[in-house]
Ligand binder design. Sequence first.
Ligand SMILES: Nc1ncnc2c1ncn2[C@@H]1O[C@H](COP(=O)(O)OP(=O)(O)OP(=O)(O)O)[C@@H](O)[C@H]1O
Ligand SMILES: [Mg+2]
Length: 231
Amino acid sequence: MGDSRVIEAKDIHKTYDLGDIKVHALKGVSLEIKKGDFVSIMGASGSGKSTFMNIIGCLDKPTKGEYYLDNNQVSSLDTDELAEIRNKKIGFVFQSFNLLARTTAIENVELPMIYNNTDSKKRAERANQAIKMVGLDGREHHLPSQLSGGQQQRVAIARAIVNNPSIILADEPTGNLDSQTSMEIMGIFKALNKEGKTIIMITHEQDIARHAERIVTFKDGYIIEDKVQGN
Ligand SMILES: Nc1ncnc2c1ncn2[C@@H]1O[C@H](COP(=O)(O)OP(=O)(O)OP(=O)(O)O)[C@@H](O)[C@H]1O
Ligand SMILES: [Mg+2]
């Protein structure tokens, strides 16, 4: 089967340079994630979780260290190459949904396919499929403001999966949702994981984290714990 590592981060450092102050957000983080894993990332506010996720999501580059995505060294790629890899391999889900406000659910889901020039027939077909997968049929033509928080997050997940990425990165995906809705969203992540997608999810909540097979804990720019759960 070859190498099943989708993510290999080696001694990643990230320093934000604010002129007179330097913030050492990551101080040497190494992590390997295998294809099909479901990993939760926990840790106090400011411990470096989002900084790390931005690097593994190719939204930002490390100051030092090596990062391999599907065995390709990405820390050396330029901005355009990073954007292309990101569009092809990674789907993002955020706490605040990040939907376009004046754009219907289905149009939001079609957006990533407009960026990569998918033809309109295929776009509609795949967007509808993604909308169904997240259980939103009947809400296609609603604007985000006409949807509940949970429904908006479903739209965001449909948008994240529409290019069929192998990896889903979620930064506090249930942070703005009540516990019942959070459980429903976790159900969708679990179903996607069953289909073979690798899921990496930041959360503050133990109840949410326990849905993952593995919990990695950050503190002060380091990983201080990495444990596989027996569930
Ligand atoms: N763009 C930036 N410029 C300067 N400093 C930053 C920047 N982004 C993050 N930081 C700093 O880096 C450190 C890590 O931030 P990060 O956002 O990764 O934390 P986090 O673990 O995601 O926290 P939270 O749980 O609050 O989201 C913090 O001290 C933060 O202030
Ligand atoms: Mg964060």
